[in-house]
Design a protein around this ligand. Structure first.
Ligand code: OAD
Length: 261
C-alpha cells in the first residue's frame, strides 16, 4: 500500500498518454450522497432494492419508486462537488486524452467541470418514457432544478410523457436491465486502449460495470485504486491508495503535476 505523497501513482499518471477514471458512489460520499453498500448508511442497507430498483418494482408500485428517486434527486441537487470531483476534472487538463466513466447517477462530475462523463448506469436527471423506444421523456412541466425534498418514504405519481401518454420512469439502470449500449461501448473501448486506469470509490462487485478496470488490467494498463477499504480490485491494482477520494485525489493530481513527464 502506497503512502501519501503518492509518488508511484503520480509518476504513472504523469507519464500516461491515455487515462480512464472509473468512479463509483464513494467519490460522492464526501458530498453527502450515500453509497449503496456501506454497512450502516448505504442505500441497500436501508432500503430493499427489489422494491425500488427493478422494472418489476416500478410496474407494481410506480408512485413508491418515483417518490424514492425524487427524494434521491433532491438530495443530489443540494449536494456540492467535493475536492475528489474537482481533482478528477483536473486530470483532464493533465492528460487531455482522459475518459471519465462513472457508475454514478448524480451530476457532481459535470458540476465539477468534467467534460462529458460516460454514465454507465444512467442519470437521475434524464427521465425516460416507458413507451416504445424508451425515448427521453417529454414533460409538460419542466423538471425543477431545486426540487423540494419529498422525504424518504414519499409516494409521488410519476408524470406522463407529453408526447405519447405513457408513464415516465427514472433514467437509471435497474437490476436486471442492460446498460446503455453506447456508454458501455465507449467505456470498454477506452479501458482497452488506456495506459492508466484510476478507479475511485467503487466496491467493484456490480457487473458488467466492474469489468471496466479488469479489461484495462488485462490489456496491460496500470490500475491505480483509491478506496479506504479493500475491494476485489486490490488484486489487479498496481497501486492501492487507501484513503478517501477528497483526501487522496487532490494530493495525487498535485504530485502528478510536478512529476517528470
Ligand atoms: P458501493 O456502495 O457498492 O461501493 C462504494 C465504495 O466506495 C466502497 O468500496 C467504499 O469503501 C468506497 N468509499 C466509501 N467512502 C469513500 C470515500 N469517501 N472515498 C472513496 N471511496 C469511498 O457503490 P458502487 O461501487 O458505486 O448500481 O456500486 C455499484 C453499483 O451498485 C451502483 O452504480 C448501483 C449499485 O446498485 C445501480 O443502481 C445499477
Amino acid at each position: 500500500m502506497e503512502q501519501v505523497p503518492p509518488t508511484e501513482a503520480a509518476a504513472l499518471l504523469a507519464q500516461a498518454r491515455r487515462v480512464v477514471v472509473f468512479t463509483g458512489a464513494g467519490i460522492s460520499a464526501e458530498s453527502g450522497v450515500p453509497t449503496f453498500r456501506d454497512d450502516l448508511t448505504g442505500l441497500w442497507a436501508r432500503f430493499d432494492a427489489t422494491q425500488l430498483a427493478t422494472p418489476e418494482a416500478f410496474h407494481a408500485d410506480p408512485d413508491l419508486v418515483w417518490g424514492w428517486y425524487e427524494w434521491r434527486r433532491a438530495r443530489v441537487r443540494r449536494a456540492r462537488p467535493n475536492p475528489g470531483h474537482l481533482a478528477t476534472a483536473a486530470i483532464e487538463s493533465l492528460c487531455p486524452d482522459t475518459v471519465l466513466v462513472t457508475q454514478n447517477v448524480d451530476d457532481l462530475h459535470e458540476r465539477a467541470g468534467s467534460r462529458s462523463p460516460v454514465h454507465l448506469h444512467g442519470s437521475l436527471f434524464a427521465p425516460r418514457c416507458i413507451g416504445a423506444g424508451a425515448h427521453p421523456a417529454a414533460l409538460s412541466e419542466p423538471v425543477e432544478d431545486e426540487p423540494a425534498d419529498p422525504g424518504e418514504g414519499a409516494r409521488i405519481p410519476p408524470p406522463r410523457c407529453a408526447h405519447c401518454g405513457w408513464l415516465v420512469r427514472p433514467g437509471v439502470v435497474w437490476f436486471g436491465e442492460a446498460l446503455p449500449e453506447a456508454a458501455l461501448t465507449a467505456a470498454v473501448e477506452a479501458a482497452a486502449g488506456c495506459d492508466v486506469l484510476l478507479t475511485v470509490g467503487t466496491s467493484g462487485v456490480v457487473y458488467p460495470a466492474a469489468e471496466i478496470p479488469l479489461i484495462a488490467a488485462r490489456r496491460g494498463a496500470a490500475v491505480i485504486q483509491v478506496n479506504p477499504e479493500p475491494t476485489p480490485l486490490d488484486d489487479v491494482s498496481a497501486v492501492n491508495l487507501r484513503g478517501t477520494a477528497a483526501q487522496v485525489l487532490p494530493a495525487l493530481v498535485a504530485a502528478a503535476r510536478s512529476a517528470p513527464r
